[in-house]
Design a protein around this ligand. Structure first.
Ligand SMILES: Nc1ncnc2c1ncn2[C@@H]1O[C@H](COP(=O)(O)OP(=O)(O)OP(=O)(O)O)[C@@H](O)[C@H]1O
Ligand SMILES: Nc1nc2c(c(=O)[nH]1)N=C(CO)CN2
Length: 279
């Protein structure tokens, strides 16, 4: 994993066990190392595709000035959690807090606490479809490729659904559809990148909307996240209407919920559900 680090971020804080420390304050210095994939930023040369180290440094200063806490262990934890929450693309963060003027009654250079914390895992549901080529093998290979990513764990795989094409040019072959549940430390955009990378590995092309395809991998949900930007809409904007997503999802997880409604109920209402065969 790539690393972005900032060292020596300094501000006055009021942390300490002693009353005079809380009253008078003293300098605290923090070093952070952000473990994050910088490939996308290197391609786009756009700061929005990476972690802005200036913003992170300001967040660290806010945390030094917050509290006060008794312990620098607590301050280090607060900083680590604030970074992981604010920046889902940071997979791991190392935080070192220095307190060079700590009230230690012997000569010393510095006292530090160094911690390392990892991004918590997120739950996502992905929908796969194929109606060109050897669809069964393609889906099997795609699930394996997703599972092989170091930041993805496949938790559940639905039975295959044989479905009639919904929308798009007429005369297309039937689809095989499948839904999987994953745990991941990837952020939503990285997960979409991975889905599209797997699609490309299976020679997916995009010319006509909803035309036949060797492989489609969509992100259906990511935790409870609601998001809409130029690349990604979550939950997937058409999933609640698609029997070919809802039916296999409900077979895999009968208690699954989408937008506050049971997926099995939505599946029963979807127009294309009557034509779906469970394989
Ligand atoms: N939740 C999502 N999952 C996958 N792609 C999404 C999502 N939200 C937005 N998109 C965007 O949709 C674009 C088109 O995706 P794609 O070519 O797979 O569409 P499609 O599968 O033909 O149609 P549909 O989006 O109706 O399933 C992608 O480039 C992606 O940026
Ligand atoms: N049966 C079926 N129909 C579709 C599918 C699909 O996966 N299965 N995907 C589409 C666009 O993503 C459009 N239509």
């Amino acid at each position: 994993m790539d690393r972005i680090s900032v060292t020596g971020i300094t501000a006055t804080g009021h942390h300490g066990v002693f009353e005079h420390e809380k009253r008078e304050g003293q300098p605290f210095t923090v070093d952070v190392v952000l473990h994050t994939d910088t490939t996308r930023a290197a391609l786009s040369d756009n700061v929005r595709d990476t972690v802005h180290y200036g913003e992170v440094s300001e967040l660290v200063v806010d945390q030094i000035q917050a509290g006060p806490w008794d312990l620098i262990e607590k301050l280090a934890e607060q900083i680590a959690q604030a970074i992981l929450t604010g920046y889902p693309s940071v997979a791991r963060v190392d935080v070192t807090v220095h307190k060079p003027q700590a009230p230690i009654p012997v000569p010393f250079d510095d006292v530090t606490v160094a911690i390392s914390r990892v991004q918590r895992e997120h739950r996502a549901v992905l929908a796969l479809g194929s109606n060109l080529g050897e669809s069964r093998q393609t889906l099997q290979a795609a699930v394996r490729e997703l599972q092989d990513h170091p930041q993805v764990r496949v938790e559940a795989v639905s039975p295959l659904a044989l479905t009639k094409p919904v929308g798009g040019p007429g005369g297309q072959p039937d689809y095989l559809n499948q839904v999987i549940a994953v745990r991941t430390t990837l952020d939503p955009h990285q997960l979409l990148d991975l889905c599209q990378q797997v699609e490309r590995e299976h020679h997916r092309t995009r010319t006509v909307r909803w035309e036949a395809r060797t492989l489609d991998v969509d992100v259906i949900t990511y935790d409870q996240l609601v998001l809409q930007d130029e690349r990604l809409t979550l939950p997937h904007p058409r999933a609640h209407l698609r029997g070919f997503v809802l039916a296999p999802w409900s077979w895999m997880d009968p208690d699954a919920v989408l937008g506050g409604q049971l997926v099995s109920r939505l599946a029963a209402q979807a127009e294309d559900t009557p034509g779906i065969i469970r394989l």
